[in-house]
Design a protein around this ligand. Structure first.
Ligand code: ME8
Length: 661
């Protein structure tokens, strides 16, 4: 029987900006979905790529003083490295500068013109160069681009128009009558209220004011509007309008186009209209996911609030990053990134729950059965509940993935991990091991645990990259490429060699890590820039070398400043903090008493240099535990671009406890 096909696409990425954790979101989600569908027996085609034409790209290359093709090649190379670091496994990477794409786009444009869906006229109106979007007066928000809040310019030029206005009714009907077409449902209301109800206007689909684009075949002064060029990639990647349309015939229409919510209108209005004009079937689903926010705003280069995915993967591992994106953000909604939430999620689920289940199970099989998987004998207390939960897991996860409930699907898998950990506490194998009469029961318990791990390991394969391999390898299980025949309870053969592995995830002391990161100016200081030259490996180094960008903080009232109790302190003792190469534990005389203050200055001062030093201390900060030592205040330092960090000195004539104001 022929396999059912599944065609999934991400938007094609602009090579001009910086790729941050937010931009990775769409691709990581699609990768997990594509991997899941592949393992679920679908003949899956996962497309991603780059959107390389338009005025914006032309300008960025020019500003970087690079020849445009060389500039693009470098950028695409970096993007492909990013996808490789994140474990993204696409079936095709399309570049809109690929010649087969350019040729097909020209044909599509000509076909629409010949059919009468494109006509020549003049455009006069608002244009946002950043978003490459045209806006009517009424669509502007406070006179600016409603998508990016930038100034628009008035453009007046001869151009070709696509008769979008003719498709308003059909698209409204499509969205209203096929609720599956546009998801999540909130996007349907947005499209209808903001665009369809006010009435669609014909769309300007060519430009004459710049050259970096695909020329109109029959009128070479015009280049094709970048969104027409970009959207059609979903067809041209499959060979549409080429000599070989095999893939197109096999995979079109797309099962899902995935994207962030800001570009839903292109996919849910303009794209179906183009397809209708071409007499082609429409995609089955368009899904506009929410944004990753950082500091309450959309994570974006222009706002400067970005997290570097190269750095995050290098520091915490690709699985932590994928797991965080897929599990912590409720799919469809916006999600707020904080390093703390990221680390908590990693510690709780991956390190504690999954890591402990694996290490305890492997350790016990090795200790009590010399690493040979015992045979389950009889079903005992607690077994059926665990086995039922494991057996129900795959259909539940499949249903959730079919409904794009990605976070919920992972949550179900981790419920079984928790259930298995609880099973260890219930069955107490270490007590069973004390009496040889319990050997068979002990064997059954450990078999059940190993089987839980095997099935969890297989089901995690679409979501994580390294951990499933470690789990399955420890259980000497052949790494399956399909769920079929592998996901049924009881698949492990008694007698199999069970290895002991290294820890899956090292536990991170969150408070210390947050402090380290702050001290290193690394993750949250918004200085990263993989936009032009940095290659992934250099990024980490660059981060450590760069000082924070000068960033003005908002004004505060004097009353807020006056809340700080700033005092002169005299350091009486200084010693290194165990397990930390950043922290020193200081005993500081503040006049009325001495305080323990932990400070991240070990890289800059030897403990003996500090004794007797006068320092500026804030003494009414809430105490915090750092590497197990409670810190009752903080010392003020200045730092510069060269990376020097110096304790502020209030002057030698001052005594401990003197006011700083
Ligand atoms: O829009 N949170 O490309 P792009 C979540 N070339 N997703 C985010 C995000 C955030 N903070 N920031 C960006 C384009 N994204 C066009 C597409 S398709 C025919 C043309 C997502 O490089 C964004 O929503 O600006 C989109 O899905 C992807 O990153 C690429 O955006």
């Amino acid at each position: 029987m022929e396999k059912k096909t599944y065609y999934i696409t991400t938007p094609i990425y602009y090579p001009s900006g910086t790729w941050h954790l937010g931009t990775c979101y769409t691709t990581v989600v699609c990768d997990a979905l594509a991997r899941f569908k592949k393992m679920d027996g679908f003949d899956t085609f996962y497309l991603t790529g780059t959107d390389e034409h338009g005025q914006k790209i032309e300008k960025v290359a020019e500003d970087a003083h690079k020849e445009i093709h060389a500039f693009l090649d470098e950028r695409i190379d970096t993007l492909k490295k990013l996808w490789s670091v994140l474990g993204i496994k696409y079936d095709k990477f399309i570049r809109t500068t690929d010649s087969y794409h350019k040729e097909a786009v020209k044909k599509i444009f000509t076909k629409l013109y010949e059919k009468g869906d494109i006509y020549k006229s003049h455009y006069e109106g608002h244009y946002c160069a950043h978003c490459e979007s045209f806006w009517t007066e009424s669509q502007l928000k406070a006179g600016k681009c409603p998508d990016c809040d930038r100034e628009t310019t008035i453009q007046k030029e001869e151009c070709y128009f696509f008769k979008l206005s003719q498709y308003g009714d059909r698209i409204t009907k499509l969205i209203k009558e096929n609720p599956d077409f546009l998801q999540p449902p909130s996007r349907q209301n947005e499209m209808i209220k903001n665009f369809l109800l006010p009435g669609l206007q014909d769309l300007c689909v060519s430009r004459t004011s710049f050259k970096w684009g695909i020329p109109v075949e029959f009128d070479k002064d015009h280049v094709i509007y970048v969104w027409i060029d970009a959207l059609t990639n979903y067809l041209t990647a499959l060979g549409y309008a080429s000599d070989d349309e095999t893939l197109f015939k096999k995979y079109w229409p797309a099962d899902i186009h995935m994207m962030g919510k800001e570009i839903v209108r292109f996919h849910a209005i303009i794209w179906p209209a183009i397809l209708m004009a071409l007499d082609l079937p429409l995609p089955k689903r368009v899904y506009g996911h929410g944004w990753l926010l950082f500091g309450d705003e959309k994570m974006s280069k222009s706002k400067g609030n970005i997290i570097d995915p190269f750095e995050l993967c290098a520091r915490y591992g690709v699985d932590s990053v994928r797991y965080y994106l897929l599990r912590d953000i409720s799919f469809g909604n916006d999600g707020l990134y904080t390093l703390e939430a990221f680390l908590r999620r990693r510690n709780a689920d991956l390190c504690n729950d999954l890591g402990n289940l694996l290490s305890r199970t492997l350790m016990m099989i090795n200790k009590y059965f010399n690493g040979i998987l015992p045979e389950p004998v009889e079903v005992g207390e607690f077994d059926s509940d665990l086995i039922d939960k494991i057996s129900e897991l795959y259909p539940k996860v499949r249903d959730m993935m079919d409904n794009l409930m990605v976070s919920e699907a992972l949550s179900e898998i981790f419920k079984v991990v928790s259930r298995a950990n609880k099973y260890i506490d219930e069955t107490t194998p270490w007590i069973l091991a004390r009496d040889s009469a319990n050997k068979q029961r002990l064997g059954t318990v450990l078999y059940n645990l190993a089987e839980a791990l095997r099935i969890v390991g297989i089901l995690l394969k679409p979501f994580l990259i390294d951990a499933p391999n470690v789990i399955l390898d420890a259980l000497s299980v052949e790494n399956p490429s399909s769920f079929e025949g592998t996901i049924k309870f009881g698949g492990l053969k008694p007698g199999t060699n069970i290895k002991v592995t290294n820890k899956l995830f090292d536990r991170i002391d969150i408070e210390t890590e947050l402090l380290n990161v702050e001290v290193n100016n690394s993750m949250n200081n918004q200085t990263i820039d993989n936009s032009i030259n940095n290659q992934p490996n250099e990024t980490v180094q660059v981060l450590q070398e760069k000082a924070p960008a000068f960033e003005k903080k908002p004004l505060i009232e004097y009353a807020e400043f006056a809340k700080m109790d700033l005092r002169v302190g005299i350091i009486k003792n200084a010693e290194a903090v165990k397990k930390s190469n950043k922290l020193l534990k200081l005993t500081v005389d503040i006049g009325i008493e001495t305080r323990t203050i932990v400070s991240g200055i070990a890289k800059y001062y030897a403990p003996e240099q500090l004794i007797g030093k006068r320092v500026c201390a804030i003494i009414n900060l809430a105490p915090v535990k750092l590497c197990g030592v409670e810190s009752e205040g903080m010392l003020l330092c200045s730092s510069n671009v060269a990376g020097d960090v110096i304790l502020l000195n209030p002057g030698e004539q001052m005594n401990g406890g003197d006011l700083i104001s």
